[in-house]
Design a protein around this ligand. Structure first.
Ligand code: SF4
Length: 453
């Protein structure tokens, strides 16, 4: 059965109501429907999400200043060294540049950045306008590389040229370009790269700490707290682990072909996922000593965190959650985490989920759960009212919607400043869910008749 909605006809196949007993599939991984104000970010934004945490790079947004607005210091990715990535560089294209071309302005911007910042790598993001006027960004980048002897890598990311996922691919191409074609001469024993973690609030450091306690070497995180040098070293690892599958599976496949590094999908959101993932890693590249250390660490962590999390459960009885996030891997982990807390998922959707991930949503949720791909605010509002969700999980674009509706909100996006991964993060998660969903403000709003009227 398809849901009867307020959506356009063209959106019908991207929305379904879970019926456990029936074979169902959803249409996903397509372009957004014209005229529908999708929650999905543009190609440039997808590229920027992946590359921005490379801390010693200069990131030039070649386009009008508006494209650069979603950059400066609003992301929670942390650095252990350079802070250059926090600067926003934009060519600030104006009317004249659009008429006569922006290549000269771009070349001047590179000159200025090299003089003042001395970066080892510069990424140039081509935005919509640049795609329309046809600036030869490649030629400008090549010229700058020859002039300065540093890497200047164009990112083909005109916003209109696809979906956010195409931006992920453009970013992966840029990373491969930086790593180069040759294989590593030597491998580091028991070492791995962590793909699809952006070190939000230091999450990659939490995982690094687990792996080091076990005795394994986390070589490179792609791209949380990464540097130009650490990315070049990534090919020396024996395993890639992929968390954000939507953005990084493409890179993992290419690294397997180019550098003979196999990959495994993992997730460090929630206690069960964290244990499952560490077990997978240790049994893939570890030895008996690593396995024993892993078992000890898990026992200690469970003893410390499980009772703390369990203590919150009675405060969540009868609560329902709506999840709308960027990628499918995160939504799967969230459904499981909410299940563990006794909170039912009544709505789940993503900007870029895959067919396989949507099938997992269906398996993990109950009959009647609304599942939707590439949603818009009108649909989210409609289904949140229909399912009577008590809390919305999302990012910067979903937050105002929840607050206007008088519904609790949990930020699970790149802006957040507190870690939600691993054991520590699972505890933070339960604490934050409690703080927001049980805040007295919502009952005052509901008494005012704003929501669930
Ligand atoms: S859609 Fe185009 S104009 Fe808008 S932010 Fe993305 S690249 Fe810039």
């Amino acid at each position: 059965m398809r849901s009867k909605t307020i959506s356009t006809k063209a959106r019908e196949n991207q929305i379904m109501v879970n019926q456990q007993s029936r074979q169902q599939s959803i249409v996903c991984d397509t372009h957004s429907v014209s005229g529908v104000v999708s929650q999905r970010a543009c190609v440039y934004c997808g590229a920027r999400v992946v590359l921005n945490p490379i801390t010693d790079a200069a990131h030039i947004v070649h386009g009008p200043i508006g494209c650069a607005s979603y950059t400066w210091d609003i992301r929670g990715s942390l650095s252990s060294d350079s802070e250059r990535y926090r600067m926003s560089f934009s060519t600030d294209l104006r009317e004249k540049d659009i008429i006569f071309g922006g290549e000269k302005k771009l070349a001047m911007a590179i000159d200025e950045i090299v003089e003042n910042e001395n970066p080892k790598v510069i990424f140039i993001y081509a935005t919509c306008v640049v795609g329309v006027i046809g600036d030869d960004v490649k030629a400008v980048a090549k010229h700058a590389e020859e002039k300065y002897g540093i890497r200047v890598i164009p990112v083909n990311s005109s916003g209109f040229s696809g979906s956010k996922k195409d931006g992920y691919k453009a970013a992966c191409h840029a990373i491969l370009e930086l790593m180069g074609p040759e294989k590593a001469k030597e491998k580091i024993a028991h070492s791995l790269n962590f793909l699809g973690d952006f070190n939000l609030a230091g999450e990659a450091w939490i995982v690094r700490n687990y792996l080091e306690t076990i005795g394994l070497t986390l070589n490179t995180v792609i791209t949380g707290d990464a540097s130009c040098a650490s990315l070049k070293k990534a090919k020396e690892s024996v395993l890639n682990i992929v968390q954000c599958a939507g953005s990084m599976t493409f890179l993992a496949k290419h690294m397997e072909q180019r550098y003979d590094i196999p990959f495994e999908h993992i997730r460090f959101l929630g206690i069960k996922d964290t244990i499952r993932s560490l077990r997978k890693i240790v049994f893939t590249i570890g030895n008996q000593e690593h396995i024993e250390r892993f078992e000890t660490m898990i026992k200690d962590k469970e003893r410390e965190y499980t009772p703390k999390i369990e203590a919150y459960k009675h405060r969540f009885i009868g609560k329902k959650v709506a999840i709308y996030v960027g990628g499918g891997f995160k939504a799967i982990s969230l459904i499981e985490q909410f299940n563990e807390l006794g909170i039912e998922t009544v709505l789940v959707g993503t900007q870029t989920g895959s067919q396989d991930e949507y099938n997992q949503f269906k398996q993990l949720t109950s009959e009647g759960t609304v599942i939707l791909d590439d949603a818009n605010p009108t649909e989210l509002e409609y289904f949140m009212k229909q399912t009577k969700a008590d809390i919305l999980v999302g990012g910067v674009k979903e937050r105002p919607l929840a607050y206007k509706m008088g519904v609790a909100f949990l930020d699970h996006n790149h802006e957040r400043k507190h870690p939600l991964c691993g054991f520590e993060g699972a505890y933070n998660f339960a604490k934050e869910v409690d703080l927001t969903v049980n805040s007295p403000v919502w009952s005052i709003v509901k008494q005012g008749g704003i929501y669930h009227e």
